[in-house]
Design a protein around this ligand. Structure first.
Ligand code: GDP
Ligand code: IMO
Ligand code: MG
Length: 440
């Protein structure tokens, strides 16, 4: 298997960074294919505890190249900050490469993200406020600035002046923001100050210049050599722009189709797709989430799983495993297998629930897939199956046989409901806390 895509099978934060860090030991190239610094991918290994936002999770293997693909949107000062953080931990990150076709997240994207959320009021999406949506809007509207532009300062300044002028008119005109008593007034000024932004971004561009490559050429050559390539996803299917709980979604495609597009390789080059799913469910941000728990079980999942957003620190919404959502993801993404994470967090529950289907309380209809309508999805109630829990600590288990019988039954049931093998079971955040199942 030479090209493996690692894709989130739920609402994000499934442990993609942890799984990529584990698999990257055998990879020559890791490519992040979408999203921006809205991502928070946690990697715990012998060097420490790292929260990566843009930098791919294979960065800790010096012989593995790590590429930010064309499908990623990059905030250059944020990337420089992340590189500084790695440098402080002793990583020069000479193995980081950046596609020259990747788009830039600009300060006015962050501003517009905030203004749009403010305008939505109670209907806000709960974005990460990192400017991700507006950056993709500009990309699709064909007015985005790209990494390659950072390397041509005069042209960059010219295009920036026009972009900033437009952003100011949108902020003050359309949104009517920036008045004397507006708490975003200073933010608007800073986010539309072409002089300051030009200096900051071009300085970041100089710092990043040595990392910038023709991403397609890098991937194409790796394919021709038969290199082992990992494609690292951001977020998960339920936040996919086409297939997620629209409009409570991100602005890119976490599914493998997005990987082909955002890494720059033919779709048929992907040999294997590993879906990453948590042994329960979490979400950050608004929108339907049928198995959400607000009771003691929900609090227990949050406490034991340390479920707080890596990028924003927001408490994650927690609930039981949603087999309908994962099955939907399996069908869309075509997983070869699933890596199940955080099984250890379920240690000590007397009984564990999982949603096998939903029921619409208005008409009694049973649902085994995800409706397009947010209002329908929002009212569906999960129909739970209940399974016995286990009291033993699983975090030291390193083989399938060492897991408690009830834990194996639970994983086997998830496998049946997903219709796809569970090849990896993670029982802790550290690199070695992984059970790999033979023949899957
Ligand atoms: P990502 O965005 O999909 O990369 O996931 P995050 O890093 O945002 O969230 C996953 C969290 O769970 C991180 O804090 C990981 O260190 C942690 N984690 C991953 N796998 C396991 C596991 O098997 N058990 C436990 N207890 N924690 C895990
Ligand atoms: P990783 O890669 C969890 C959520 C936000 C919001 C929606 C849109 O770590 O799984 P955006 O800022 O992308 O416009 O927000 O998506 N969201 C995430 N939730 N983990 C993430 O990244 C997320 N990135 C965005 O909370 O609901
Ligand atoms: Mg995350």
């Amino acid at each position: 298997m030479s090209v493996i895509a690692v894709v989130g099978a739920q609402w994000g934060d499934e442990g993609k960074g942890r799984v990529v860090d584990y698999l990257a030991e055998e990879a020559d190239l890791v490519v992040r294919y979408g999203g921006g610094n809205n991502a928070g991918h946690t990697v715990v290994n012998r060097y420490g505890h790292f929260k990566l936002h843009l930098i791919p999770s294979g960065i800790f293997y010096p012989a593995t190249r790590n590429l930010l693909g064309n499908g990623v949107v990059i905030n250059p000062p944020a990337l420089v900050g992340e590189l500084d953080g790695l440098a402080a931990a002793g990583f020069a990150a000479d193995n980081l490469f950046i596609s020259d076709r990747a788009h830039l997240v600009m300060p006015y994207h962050v501003l517009i993200d905030q203004l749009e959320e403010r305008e939505r009021g109670v209907a806000r999406l709960g974005t990460t406020s990192r400017g991700i949506g507006p950056a993709y809007v500009d990309k699709i509207a064909r007015r985005g600035l790209r990494v390659v532009d950072l390397l041509e300062p005069d042209a960059f300044r010219e295009r920036l002046a026009a972009a900033v002028d437009r952003a100011r008119r949108i902020a003050t005109g359309y949104f009517g923001a920036g008045g004397a008593d507006d708490d975003l007034r200073e933010t608007i000024e800073a986010a539309t100050d072409a002089e300051r932004i030009g200096a900051e971004y071009l300085a970041a561009g100089e710092r990043l210049r040595g990392h910038v490559v023709d991403g397609h050429a890098m991937v194409d050559e790796a394919l021709a050599r038969g290199d082992r390539i990992l494609l690292e996803g951001q977020l998960g299917t339920m936040r996919d722009i086409d297939w997620g709980t629209y409009p409570y979604v991100t602005s890119s495609s976490p599914i493998p189709g997005g990987a082909s597009l955002g890494a720059g390789l033919p779709a048929v080059a992907i040999d294997r797709v590993i879906g990453v799913a948590k042994a329960y469910t979490t979400a950050v941000g608004a929108g339907p989430f049928p198995t959400e728990l607000e009771d003691a079980d929900g609090h227990a999942l949050r406490d034991r799983g340390q479920e707080y957003g890596t990028s924003t620190g927001r408490p994650r919404r927690c609930g039981w495993y949603d087999a309908v959502a994962v099955r939907f993801s399996v069908r869309l993404a075509g997983y070869s297998s699933i890596a199940l994470t955080k099984l250890d967090v379920l240690d000590g529950f007397d009984r564990i629930r999982l949603a096998a289907c939903y029921r619409d309380p208005e008409n009694g209809r049973e649902w085994r897939t995800i409706p397009a309508s947010t209002s329908v999805y929002g009212r569906l109630a999960p129909i739970y199956e209940e399974m016995p829990g286990w009291s033993r600590d699983t975090s030291a288990c390193r083989s399938w046989e060492q897991l408690p019988e009830a834990a194996r039954q639970y994983v086997t049931r998830l496998e049946e409901l997903g219709g796809v093998p569970i090849s990896h079971v993670s029982v802790g955040p550290e690199r070695g806390q992984m059970i790999v199942r033979d023949g899957r």
